[in-house]
Design a protein around this ligand. Sequence first.
Ligand code: GUN
Length: 295
Amino acid sequence: MPLDNLIDGRAIAARVQQELAGRVAGLKQRGITPGLAFVRVGEDPASKVYVGRKEKCCAEVGMVSETHVLPAATTETELLVLLAKLNAASHLHGILVQAPLPKHIRESVIFSFVSPAKDVDGFNPVNVGKLMLGDDSGFRPCTPAGIMELLARSQVNTSGAEVVVLGRGNIVGKPMAAMLCQKGAGANATVTLCHSATRDIAAHCRRADILIAALGVPEFVKADFVKPGAVVIDVGVNRVPDATSKTGTKLVGDVAFAAVQPLVRLITPNPGGVGPMTIAMLMQNTVRAAEMAGK
Ligand code: GUN
């Protein structure tokens, strides 16, 4: 297998953002500037980095953003009061509450309260339901939507393909499976969703034409899990000890990249694969929210 088999998420995300900048310019001519509000509760270091990246992207495509940072001791009610204001604010077209939230705040309550029309994360049950029903008037969660876009723009045919998704989380695994199994162009896959109770995960993986790892276990997918010539998408972001680095830690994905890359047709690098596309899809959802609000 050649080693020029990387799916360059940064380059593909940059193209998506360029397309979006054109749509934002069109909205601005009509007097509409897309606006996105970020809400961060507490000082989770990774969340700070992620929200910072998303703010930067908003500026790059010409949108405005505002970030609300609340202390870790914020109550659920206080957060709901803020969200009620953001739901009602006409200059805001999208709202993103960064997960994870402190343990005493129920994410399900918070995500359900974000107006479905501003739910650019796609986590409100209305949008989750629309995804399951194949109703594309809703917003789709950004990470799986970004993976669908990566596959399409890398000419990976999903129709009839055996796809194995590792991980059944609400943010990636479950919506990923729902998108892939829809009837329609760019989907139509045969999907197997594996999780912690799955027997012989490796055997499932070896059947996969497309293997999507989103289970949050460092370098879980080994060389003997992949069918030669498969397409591998690595969603994992795991911090592990590393005595050779200054910080004493490093980030690795859910795929043992060095061992797997030589065997496969295509693979996402990590970082530089799925992450940039997640942000691009957030921008896309927000531009769409503004276009729908402006109609
Ligand atoms: N935390 C990890 N991924 C996400 C995401 O896509 N959206 C939000 N709001 N929080 C996250």
